[in-house]
Design a binder for this molecule. Structure first.
Ligand code: OOG
Ligand code: MG
Length: 261
């Protein structure tokens, strides 16, 4: 079957988000879709959100851990974009009625101090260009039924981006070995998932380097001022009403939110 218009597919996914409706993965209808096509659809989706006045906080990396790639049945990391309307830091509350079937994962966020232009960006380049790192909880909400997707479908769907809660402790990355940072994800005081920074492609800054190198393929770069999620350190956990969700990152601080109907 021919590939549908990129813009129409992006609009279809945007509508699913707005209407809080799960849909069948787009490759069911468009099996010939390539990764390149999928990023073109994602670009159209980003354009739709920008046209509505939403602003990009930064790109994000996803599927950066072996565990996550296995959990989701895909083989390489992906990127997407986090927008201002997704930032739930101030409220500290996630409402299930706003979302489809949200899950949460613990991440390390990077505050970028100067532009990072690929290709050939290294971990050292990323650390030199980073002002701060901070703990974050990402709420992912794939628009696809049961998070049932493949690489092309998840890329087109902006890597399941939905909400984010940032912690309030900012740490200079030069003083800390981010690959050795231990991370727990607790729900109502019970540890549900745990991991270490190294779960993210060996080192969280490596995910940011990969991102810069992927963006360079489309003539783009990481920009000063962006706040970037480096990818889930832990597996993702389904949210239920009444949950208090807390991530604790050794040496980086805690971050938490509550879940309502
Ligand atoms: C895709 C998004 C993955 C991460 O950090 O791995 C992601 C998904 O699992 O729905 O954000
Ligand atoms: Mg994530």
């Amino acid at each position: 079957m021919a590939i549908a218009n990129y813009k129409d597919t992006a609009q279809f996914l945007h509508d699913a988000e707005i209407e809080k409706r799960e849909v069948v993965k787009i490759t069911a209808e468009q099996p010939e879709l390539t990764v390149e096509d999928a990023y073109k659809i994602q670009e159209e989706l980003v354009a739709i959100k920008r046209a509505l006045g939403h602003k990009v906080i930064g790109p994000k990396m996803g599927l950066t851990s072996e565990a996550k790639m296995k959990q989701m049945g895909v083989e390489e990391p992906v990127y997407g974009y986090i927008f201002d309307y997704m930032d739930a830091t101030n409220e500290g509350v996630i409402s299930l009625s706003d979302l489809i079937h949200p899950k949460v994962e613990a991440e390390i966020a990077f505050v970028i101090g100067r532009d990072i232009q690929g290709p050939n960006v290294t971990v050292e380049d990323v650390l030199a260009a980073t002002d701060y790192v901070l703990p974050a909880l990402e709420i992912i909400d794939s628009r696809y039924e049961n998070f049932n997707f493949d690489l092309e479908s998840v890329i087109a769907d902006n890597a399941s981006s939905s909400r984010v809660v940032f912690g309030k402790t900012f740490t200079n990355p030069k003083g800390i070995e981010l690959d050795l940072v231990g991370v727990t994800l607790e729900i109502n005081g019970e540890v549900k998932e745990l991991g270490a920074g190294a779960a993210v492609v060996g080192h969280p800054a490596n995910a940011i380097a990969m991102l810069a190198n992927m963006l360079a393929r489309k003539g783009d770069k990481i920009k000063a001022g962006e706040v970037i999620l480096s990818g889930g350190v832990t597996g993702a956990v389904m949210l239920s009403s009444g949950d208090t969700v807390t991530a604790k990152l050794d040496g980086l601080g805690d971050v938490s939110f509550i879940v309502r109907d």
